[in-house]
Design a protein around this ligand. Structure first.
Ligand SMILES: NC(=O)c1ccc[n+]([C@@H]2O[C@H](COP(=O)([O-])OP(=O)(O)OC[C@H]3O[C@@H](n4cnc5c(N)ncnc54)[C@H](O)[C@@H]3O)[C@@H](O)[C@H]2O)c1
Length: 365
């Protein structure tokens, strides 16, 4: 039975994110009229998912050019993007055709980037298969690939035509991946929607069950948070003080990215961001903005879904150096998204070095 809630992203060209189960039947209806050939971009680990999508498209009379990429981050390279461009060219896709991306955030980032660049932009429908991709990567129009020097250094803003978050896809996902995605869910709760925190805290076991209604509620609420933020700030303008647009979505990411880099990406994104959010909360507390009760709430919400709240494997000076090259730093001035309260994000620029060190001490375990 098809069920789903639709969240409209009110960008200049609005699009729908559908959250539900058994959504494949809606795919063809999401494609723009006139599409004859679909470039289906997916990861080698998701062949069963991709086969169902391919059969659905073929049954609707469409040609399918299926492109299978290496798994995970290995998909996000210029070489893989070039392979996709060649395959689309050989299949003869035209500007009236479309791309469908099936996979986690790595695949949806690559597929989005290929869609943004091939023929200067083809419509794309995203079918995210991880929790992180459903609540974050596939929604909002940021697409990109990595370079040998850094992650996500090359990319484009390219809004999808639609996003179908089929929660049944999460049933095969490793629990560790689900947990990692929950960090972005908790982030949405902290920066914008305290009801998300209430749901996570009141039934954390259910939050980890991809078959249940609680996960559906969490995905719906998190997508609604992201939709609202990106609709107000499509291209991530620079925020000042409490006037925070899309940058709010980077809550916890400044230290989180530094931890990911120092770990050479062997730590999951959500785990690093979880520690980064506790760090940002401690920083806000030390800066006199946030009560310790809310800092404690960060820790309890994250721990309830098995996310880490401390990190002890790196020296502070190395992390500080990495944070200075973070794309949110301006010159040598560090910038952090912090909270002035739950759902009250703000920007803290150039915090005192002793506060930074003390905040790191508080998350060093
Ligand atoms: N564009 C954005 O706004 C944005 C936002 C956040 C993250 N991202 C990007 O997203 C990427 C991370 O995404 P991710 O965490 O989904 O990782 P991922 O895409 O690498 O997937 C993680 C692993 O799960 C597997 N997998 C995916 N779906 C599965 C399923 N249903 N069942 C079993 N296994 C499955 C994948 O094959 C992979 O091995 C990063 O590259 C990050 O930069 C982008």
């Amino acid at each position: 039975m098809t069920s789903g809630r639709t969240i409209r992203v009110q960008t200049p060209q609005p699009y729908d994110v559908v959250v539900g189960r058994d959504l494949l039947g809606q795919l063809v209806g999401c494609l723009p009229p006139g599409v004859r050939t679909v470039g289906l971009i997916t990861s080698e680990r998701l062949s069963a998912n991709a086969a169902a999508v391919r059969n659905n498209l073929i049954a609707a009379g469409l040609e399918v050019c299926e492109i299978t990429t290496p798994d995970g981050e290995a998909a996000k390279t210029a070489e893989v993007a070039a392979t996709c461009w060649s395959a689309l060219g050989e299949a003869g896709l035209t500007r009236s055709d479309a791309i469908v991306g099936v996979g986690g955030g790595s695949t949806t980032d690559l597929a989005g980037f290929v869609a943004a660049t091939y023929l200067r932009g083809l419509p794309i429908v995203q079918l995210p298969t991880t929790l992180l991709a459903m609540v974050d990567a596939a929604v909002g129009g940021k697409t990109g690939i990595n370079t040998p020097t850094a992650k996500n250094l090359v990319g484009a803003f390219h809004e999808p035509a639609a996003v179908l978050c089929d929660l049944d896809r999460l049933r095969t996902l490793d629990t560790a991946e689900l947990v990692s995605g929950l960090a972005e869910v908790v982030k949405c709760g902290l920066i914008a929607d305290p009801e998300i925190l209430d749901v996570v805290e009141s039934d954390s076991t259910a939050a980890l069950d991809p078959g249940g209604d609680v996960v559906q509620a969490l995905v719906e609420k998190s997508v609604a948070v992201k939709a609202d933020i990106v609709a107000k700030d499509l291209r991530e303008r620079t925020s000042h003080g409490s006037d925070v647009g899309r940058e709010a979505l980077n809550y916890g990411h400044t230290l989180g990215h530094a931890i990911e880099r120092i770990e050479d990406y062997r730590i999951r994104h959500g785990e690093a961001v979880a520690v980064g959010m506790v760090f940002a909360a401690e920083l806000a507390r030390l800066d006199g903005r946030l009560g310790s009760d809310i800092v404690d709430r960060h820790r309890s919400a994250l721990r309830s879904v098995r996310l880490p709240t401390s990190y002890d494997r790196a020296d502070w000076e190395s992390l500080l150096a990495l944070m200075r090259v973070d794309k949110k730093a301006r010159g040598d001035v560090l910038r952090f998204v912090v909270l002035d309260g739950i759902a009250r994000p703000a920007i803290l620029e150039g915090p005192r070095p002793d506060l930074l060190a003390a905040a790191f001490d508080a998350v060093s375990g």
